[in-house]
Write a new protein. Structure first.
Length: 632
């Protein structure tokens, strides 16, 4: 049922959702009749829309999994039976039905519930997810643990068609087919991921899973052979063997899983009996293909599921509205414009993204340079080694990748790029804290894990202007360089129109003071300048975590009594550690206060609030320096 475009403020009240407000756990759900479950789906969809419109969050994907979530909790004995949701963008209905309905108003807020499954939050969140394509591996582990322990329970992995394109998913299927556990893999086929699914595998799945190709091929064959009945009869007998060439069962049954589907993922009359049959009558690993629609039930999201993938607060009756005043240019937009300008200046440049075209700011680049744009799908390992291969042949690859996702290709970064000293530029978006997406998406570790690799360099622009300039500097090098920058806008500086570069490996003094010098790496330069104004301190914009400007560091260390390092990244092994190592190597003894992200996973919340809680706003920086060096 489609939700009308009218205010849904009452969706959270018991009067407007009588069935939903009776559901405090899946046990309550199992007491409902089929007709009541259908009515519940309508109430649940309205509740999701109302909640997300008030808090922001992932919408399209959650509207698409309402019936599937209801059916799973109705049929399976959760949490004894394990549900593992891949990525977790689609788990709001699951959270609402598992005792967290009244906390949805705190979604993705500090101290509130997470936007992703989180084991510490609920026993129904059996596995913490947020990065793609991990569900089958985790669910298989749970299924085999149950078998080893003699426990009769199921493990269910729910994975999207975009996530199925990743190599890890197929590594897990390869193992699952011979493991003989009580595993069910559900492919939630909605023909949509954040960026359009790409690649030969996705093309194969899209072609076959619709069923249209098989139906068309079969009908054409029957038409041709109808004039020759003996041949038609032979073809019918051969069909069970021949259909393997054209139906999706082939792919998954070759892995050893029993394929079922496709079925309508919004039809409870199909979903529930199918799941009951799988649970009660089938043995061994099963693969259920379910077809759903992102944004189901809300016409605006159905029409544009990408725009409604992760909206902020909005009025459901109106939909998303462009701000009346143009927002500040983001670091992502700076990168996207630089990429186009650099590509126009150098035909060797190629741009690579692992399925994050929109998020990484590459939409315009793809439009202008389609022959030099590569979306390799959710395949970070392949993206990095693919870039290495391009670089070997004299091209200049730029890999646009979120900081948190580069972690997934660490071996390739070391072995395939750095060891061979290939000139690949890594544009690391979402460096530092990312706010509402929480610890799973935080780009806290890139400085430590990049700076320890030989041949690698790491630039930390302080603002939009430096971001463009340091990208040009990185591109001009003949070895691998990463440029890290945060989500959203910075200080608001205007980037130059030219492709002018900054000196490689050199910092600058931005404020001259006395006694104490603050060495800032990245966008925390601006709160450092504010704090320094009250402290009378020197501020150095270091710009590079590697190579460190050791000449400037020695000069500053010799003329100041104490040093403070500042970074929006992990303190352990970070830029501050690089400063301490350099001072030690130079035989300079100075007290160093290292400020950055502590050795804990920082939960979700507003980024400004999270930085303040870590003492990384101007007031916190000032307070930390006073406590250490200027006690009252």
């Amino acid at each position: 049922m489609t939700i009308p475009h009218e205010p849904t403020a009452s969706a959270s009240s018991g009067a407007s959702a009588p069935l939903l407000h009776r559901i405090d756990s899946p046990a309550d759900l199992r007491e409902l009749s089929r007709d009541e479950l259908k009515a519940l789906a309508t109430e649940l969809r309205a509740y999701v829309l109302d909640t997300v419109s008030r808090t922001g969050g992932h919408l399209s994907s959650n509207l698409g999994t309402v019936e599937l979530t209801i059916a799973l909790h109705h049929v399976f004995d959760t949490p004894r039976d394990r549900l593992v949701w891949d990525v977790g963008h689609q788990t709001y209905p699951h959270k609402i039905l598992t005792g967290r309905r009244d906390r949805m108003s705190t979604l993705r807020q500090y101290g509130g519930i997470s936007g992703f499954p989180q084991r510490a939050e609920s026993e129904y969140d059996t596995f913490g997810t947020a990065h793609s394509s991990t569900s089958i591996s985790a669910a298989l582990g749970m299924a085999m643990a149950a078998k080893q322990k003699g426990e009769d329970r199921h493990a269910v992995a729910i994975i999207g068609d975009g996530a199925m394109s990743a190599g890890m998913a197929f590594e897990a299927l390869n193992n699952a087919g011979v493991a003989d556990g009580r595993l069910l893999v559900i492919l939630n086929d909605n023909d949509m991921s954040i960026s359009p699914p790409v690649g030969a595998l996705n093309r194969y799945l899209a072609q076959l899973m619709s069923g249209q190709f098989y139906a068309a091929a079969k009908n054409v064959g029957k038409t041709v052979l109808r004039a020759a009945p003996p041949l038609l009869e032979l073809a019918k007998r051969f069909e069970q063997h021949a259909k393997g060439m054209v139906v999706p069962a082939t792919l998954f049954e070759q892995f050893g899983l029993n394929y079922i589907g496709p079925i309508d993922g919004h039809d409870l009359d199909s979903l529930i009996p199918t799941l009951e049959n799988i649970k009660n009558n089938l043995q061994g690993p099963q693969f259920l293909h379910v077809v759903t629609k992102k944004g189901q039930g809300y016409k605006l999201a159905e029409a544009d599921p990408v725009a409604y993938h992760g909206p902020g607060k909005f009025d459901p009756a109106v939909g998303l509205v462009k701000p009346s005043t143009p927002p500040k240019q983001t670091f992502t937009q700076v990168f996207g414009q630089w990429l186009c300008d650099q590509a126009a200046a150098d035909e060797r440049l190629v741009g690579i993204t692992p399925a994050m075209r929109e998020g990484s700011g590459m939409v315009e680049f793809e439009r202008r340079f389609p022959g030099r744009y590569y979306d390799v799908g959710i395949a970070e390992q392949h993206a990095v080694t693919f870039a290495a291969g391009l670089a070997c042949e004299g091209l200049k690859p730029v890999v646009a990748i979120y900081s948190t996702f580069l972690q997934r290709a660490y071996d390739q970064l070391i072995h395939d790029v750095a060891l061979q000293n290939l000139p690949v530029v890594f544009a690391l978006d979402r460096a530092g804290l990312v706010g509402a997406d929480g610890a799973t998406h935080a780009g806290a570790y890139d400085i430590p894990f990049v700076r320890c690799i030989p041949n690698m360099a790491m630039a930390c622009p302080a603002d939009e202007r430096e971001c463009r300039q340091l990208l040009s500097t990185a591109y001009a090098q003949d070895h691998p360089v990463a440029v890290r920058y945060p989500r959203g806008a910075g200080a608001g500086t205007v980037p130059p129109a030219s492709l002018e570069a900054l000196p490689y490996g050199k910092g600058e003094v931005r404020r001259q003071g006395a006694r104490i010098a603050i060495l800032a790496f990245g966008s925390l330069l601006y709160p450092a300048l504010e704090a320094a104004g009250k402290l009378g301190a020197t501020v150095v914009n270091m710009r590079w975590a590697k190579p460190l400007d050791t000449a400037l560091l020695r000069e500053v260390a010799q003329s100041h009594e104490a040093l403070v390092t500042l970074e929006e990244g992990a303190v352990m092994g970070g830029a501050g550690s690089a400063v301490a190592e350099a001072l030690n190597a130079a035989g300079l003894v100075r007290p160093v206060l290292q400020l950055g992200l502590p050795d804990v996973f920082i939960e979700h919340g507003d980024p400004v609030q999270l930085l303040a809680l870590q003492g990384l706003d101007a007031a916190g920086i000032e307070a930390s320096i006073r406590r250490r060096f200027l006690p009252a």
